[in-house]
Design a protein around this ligand. Structure first.
Ligand code: NDP
Length: 298
C-alpha cells in the first residue's frame, strides 16, 4: 500500500509519520518539499503530485490553522482548507484511493452544553470554521472513499498549542487570566495519529466503515481547568514556573476579545468511532502528562 502524507511538519503530520509508517510505503511531504510540489495554495501542482505518485491512500494533515489570522486572509484559508482538499478528493476518486482528512469542532457554533455527534447541525462562527466545513463538503461531494476525523484542542511537544503557551506564560508571569467558559477535550497529536492508523487499516479492510467521525481524547475541561492541570503537573514534574498555584484567575471569553469568535461548547461525542472500530479514547489528562515529559523544561 502506498500512502501519501501531506502536511508532514504539523503537530498531527509529525506524529502521522511515525504512526503510518508500518502500514505501507509512506511518502511524506511538507510545504518545503523539493522533490514534489506540496503547497496547498497551488492546487494544480498538488494535483500533479498526486497523479505522479498514484497513492492508494492520501492523508491530509495540512491546513490553514491560524484561527485569528484567517479572519483577515479568508482567500488563502479557503484555498488551503477547502479548494485543495476538494482537489485531493477529486484525485482520490479518480484513483479509487482513500482520502483521510482532519476537521474541527469549529464547524459548530458551540451553543448549549451537550457533546455533539457527527449528525449535529454545523454552523461555524469564524472564517477558519467556514473554510474547514467547505473542505468537508467538497470531499463528500467528490464521491471518494474518505475518512474525515473531527478533533479539538490538539497539543504536541512539537508545534504551537495552548498547553505550550500556558507553560511559557507560567514561567514568565506571576499571575495568569484564563477563560473558563470554553469547554472541550485536549487531544494529543500522538493519540490522534495512532487512532488514524487503526481506523484507516479497518477502512481498507472494510470500506463500508468510511465516513465522518469525531475523534477526541476522553473527558472534558474548560481552558482554565486545562491550564491549571498543565501548571500543577508541570510543577510536579520539575518545571520551574513563576506563577503562583492560586494566581490563575478564571475569566469569561468576553474578557479576551479576539478577531475570530470561538465556540464555547467544543464537546465532541466520539462514541461512534469507539464503537465502530473497537477503540478506546483515553482521558485527556494522560496525553497532557506525556506532553509535559516531552517538552523542554523552562
Ligand atoms: P498545524 O498548524 O500544527 O500544522 C498544519 C500544517 O499545515 C503545517 O505543517 C503547515 O506547514 C501546513 N500548511 C499550512 N499552510 C499550507 C500550505 N499552503 N501548503 C501546504 N501546507 C500548509 O496543525 P495541526 O497539526 O494541529 O492540525 C492538523 C489538522 O487538525 C488540521 O486539519 C486542523 O484543521 C485540525 N484541527 C486542529 C486543531 C488544533 O487545535 N490544532 C483542533 C481541531 C482540528 P508548515 O509547517 O510549512 O507551516
Amino acid at each position: 500500500m502506498k500512502i501519501l502524507l501531506l502536511g508532514k511538519n504539523g503537530q498531527v503530520g509529525w506524529e502521522l509519520q511515525r504512526a503510518l509508517a508500518p502500514l505501507g510505503e509512506l511518502i511524506a511531504l511538507g510545504r518545503d518539499s523539493t522533490t514534489f510540489e506540496a503547497d496547498f495554495s497551488h492546487p494544480d501542482a498538488m494535483t500533479a503530485t498526486v497523479r505522479r505518485l498514484r497513492p492508494d491512500v492520501i492523508v491530509n494533515a495540512a491546513a490553514y490553522t491560524d484561527v485569528d489570522r484567517a479572519e483577515s486572509e479568508p482567500a488563502l484559508a479557503h484555498a488551503v482548507n477547502a479548494i485543495a482538499p476538494g482537489a485531493l478528493a477529486h484525485e482520490a476518486a479518480m484513483l479509487d484511493a482513500t482520502l483521510v482528512h482532519f476537521s474541527t469542532d469549529h464547524v459548530f457554533d458551540g451553543s448549549g452544553s451537550a457533546p455533539r455527534d457527527e449528525s449535529a447541525l454545523t454552523a461555524p462562527l469564524n472564517v477558519y470554521g467556514v473554510t474547514k466545513l467547505e473542505g468537508e463538503q467538497a470531499i463528500r461531494a467528490s464521491g471518494c472513499r474518505h475518512l474525515i476525523l473531527r478533533t479539538s484542542w490538539v497539543h504536541a511537544a512539537r508545534g504551537s498549542n495552548f498547553a505550550k503557551t500556558v507553560l511559557r506564560l507560567a514561567a514568565e508571569r506571576e499571575h495568569l487570566e484564563i477563560v473558563d467558559d470554553q469547554i472541550g477535550a485536549p487531544t494529543g497529536a500522538d493519540l490522534l495519529a495512532d487512532v488514524t492508523a487503526h481506523v484507516l487499516r479497518s477502512v481498507r479492510q472494510q470500506p463500508s466503515l468510511a465516513g465522518t467521525y469525531h475523534a477526541t481524547a476522553g473527558g472534558e475541561t474548560s481552558r482554565h481547568g486545562y491550564a491549571c492541570f498543565v501548571i500543577e503537573r508541570a510543577r510536579a514534574q520539575g518545571h520551574s514556573l513563576k506563577v503562583a498555584a492560586d494566581a490563575i484567575r478564571p475569566v469569561p471569553t468576553s474578557a479576551f476579545p479576539t478577531r475570530a469568535r470561538r465556540p464555547l461548547n467544543s464537546r465532541l461525542d466520539s462514541g461512534r468511532l469507539q464503537a465502530r472500530f473497537g477503540l478506546r479514547l483515553p482521558p485527556w489528562q494522560e496525553g497532557v502528562e506525556r506532553l509535559l515529559i516531552e517538552v523542554p523544561r523552562h
